[in-house]
Every structure is written in structure tokens, then in C-alpha cells.
Design a protein around this ligand. Structure first.
Ligand SMILES: NC(=O)c1ccc[n+]([C@@H]2O[C@H](COP(=O)([O-])OP(=O)(O)OC[C@H]3O[C@@H](n4cnc5c(N)ncnc54)[C@H](OP(=O)(O)O)[C@@H]3O)[C@@H](O)[C@H]2O)c1
Length: 273
């Protein structure tokens, strides 16, 4: 199935578009002539992003504020779009967050909300968006997973687990729609400059990671979108992350876990001197 020319008016729904990778994805798709539907919780911030993108790229840009920890949000968004006869051709499942504490210490409500956003909402979006894409014979789904999907879980965390689920399910969905004109790609960035770490309260800790480990969000988006256009099942963005993924693949899990604990301790102690 040929890729559409960059000036065709497809519509892209980007979740978590008020900041970080989602905002950059929205801008990238707009620069390729796609109209946009942007969603996230912060309505004002989202509107500012939409206005700026609209001004720069002359595309239609609709804002639908929604909290994806509410299980009804995906359905409500698609209801609003159907009412206005807007079809979703490109779906970027990007909204995400981290949990500050471990499963054993985090308040359950926050764990449940985290799981809804990270483990459920994006599946619901695929179920709502993909059948019409298949019917029309064209669609693109980019699921923003993480290099963490290939790494052992840090003690008590749920993050690598949900990203591993996204990676595996994404691959399965790609197989399910093979030959229909719909592409599904799991995009796996490593450390990326966004609001993510500050929101998690670990900006200091993240800032102590070596600079070579970091990518700009525009690099992540350009490589992620290219992979989706080429119908790649998975892309680990950036050379450093590709090397790390290769190392993770050939190193026994027990050694990786030990090394990870040592690295975290080293980064923490660097901050104390
Ligand atoms: N930054 C990294 O190093 C990194 C690395 C690998 C993977 N990732 C993944 O990349 C994706 C984007 O993260 P980012 O780094 O761009 O983080 P970010 O700058 O913090 O942006 C996160 C986005 O998700 C939205 N969001 C969070 N909770 C939400 C909720 N309950 N309902 C609706 N929207 C919600 C936020 O908007 P509102 O607050 O306005 O709702 C924001 O737009 C995430 O899935 C993350 O796991 C990030």
C-alpha cells in the first residue's frame, strides 16, 4: 500500500498532546499536512499548542480535553468526532506518566488511574479507530512504548511492565491487520527531554544521567513516524538506545538487574556530593 502524499488531508488523533513527545508528534504531523485532534487534561495548554500549530502549518486543529484515567474518555472522544463526521486516519497513543512510588506504597487510586492510562485507554483507542481504518484501506497507529519495555523492572515499579505489554500487543495488532493498509508501530524511546521526569519529581536524578543517553523529542518523533510509514513493527529510537537494546537482549537478566541497581545507586550518590 503506497504512503499518502504529504499534502493529503488526513486527520491524526494525538493523545497527550499538551507536552513532550505528543506535542512534537502533533507538530510533525501538521507539518506533513495532517489535520489534528489533540487531547490531554490541561485544556488551556492544549489550546495554546493547537493555536500555535494551526498558525504555523495551516491545518485544522481540534482540541478535546479529556482525562484518560476516566474509562469513558476514549468513547466520549470518538462520539464527539463521529457527531462531526471526523474520521481518524492516524492514531498516536502517546499519553503517559510515571508513578512516584512503588506498587506497595502508592495509593491504590493512583495505581488504578495509572493502569487505566498506560494499560487500557490506548487499547480502547485502537478498538475504536482501527476498524474504520481497515474499511477505508489506510491507517497509521503509533504506540509510544519505551526502551524500558526491554529492561528489567526497577524494584516495585510497574512502568517496564506496561510498556512491555504495549510492545507485545502492538506487534500482535500489526499481525492482525497485515495487508489491510493499516500500519501499527511500537515506538521505543529512551531518555527524552520532556516534562516527564520533572512531573515524576525526579528531574534532578534524570539530570545526572550522562548527556549521551538523552534524545530530543523531535528526533524521537521523526524516527518514530518514519518507522510507522515504513510499517516497521518496532523502532528503538537513536543509536545509543539501539545499542542498549542489543546489550539487554544478550545479557542474562540477573546480570542486567544487578547492573541496573548499581547504576541507579551511582547516579543517586553523585547527587549527594
Ligand atoms: N520522556 C522520556 O524519557 C520517555 C521515554 C520513553 C517513553 N516515554 C513515553 O512517551 C510518552 C510521552 O511522555 P513525555 O515524555 O512526552 O511526557 P510529558 O512531557 O510528561 O507528556 C505527557 C503527556 O501525557 C498527558 N497525560 C498524562 N496523564 C494523562 C491523563 N490521565 N489523561 C490524559 N492525558 C494525560 C499529559 O497531558 P496533561 O497533563 O495535560 O493531561 C502530557 O500531554 C509516555 O507514554 C511516556 O511513557 C517517555
Amino acid at each position: 500500500m503506497p504512503d499518502v502524499p504529504s499534502n493529503s488531508r488526513r486527520t491524526a488523533l494525538v493523545t497527550g498532546a499538551s507536552a513532550g513527545i505528543g506535542e512534537a508528534f502533533a507538530e510533525h504531523l501538521a507539518s506533513r499536512g495532517h489535520d489534528l485532534v489533540l487531547t490531554a487534561r490541561r485544556a488551556e495548554v492544549l489550546r495554546d499548542v493547537a493555536e500555535r500549530i494551526q498558525r504555523r502549518h495551516d491545518v485544522d486543529c481540534r482540541v478535546i480535553p479529556a482525562d484518560l484515567s476516566d474509562p469513558d474518555s476514549p468513547r466520549r472522544i470518538f462520539y464527539e468526532l463521529a457527531r462531526d463526521e471526523i474520521e481518524v486516519d492516524v492514531l498516536v497513543n502517546n499519553a503517559g506518566l510515571g508513578l512516584r512510588k512503588t506498587l506497595l506504597t502508592q495509593e491504590w487510586r493512583e495505581v488504578a488511574d495509572f493502569m487505566e492510562v498506560m494499560g487500557v485507554a490506548w487499547l480502547h483507542f485502537m478498538q475504536l479507530a482501527m476498524p474504520p481504518m481497515i474499511e477505508r484501506g489506510w491507517g497509521r497507529v503509533a504506540n509510544i512504548a519505551s526502551l524500558a519495555a526491554f529492561a528489567p523492572e526497577s524494584p516495585g515499579s510497574l512502568y517496564s511492565g506496561v510498556k512491555a505489554q504495549m510492545l507485545t500487543t502492538s506487534r500482535g495488532m500489526r499481525s492482525a491487520v497485515r495487508g489491510t493498509g493499516v500500519h501499527v508501530t511500537a515506538v521505543c524511546p529512551g531518555y527524552t527531554h520532556t516534562e516527564f521526569h520533572a512531573r515524576l519529581g525526579i528531574a534532578d536524578l534524570a539530570g545526572r544521567m550522562p548527556r549521551w543517553m538523552w534524545q530530543d523529542r523531535d528526533e524521537v518523533v521523526a524516527e518514530g513516524w518514519r518507522a510507522c510509514e515504513r510499517n516497521r513493527p518496532v523502532v528503538v529510537t537513536g543509536t545509543v538506545n539501539k545499542i542498549l537494546r542489543g546489550v539487554l537482549a544478550v545479557t542474562p537478566a540477573a546480570i542486567v538487574e544487578r547492573q541496573m541497581l548499581k547504576s541507579v545507586a551511582a547516579v543517586r550518590s553523585r547527587g549527594r556530593h
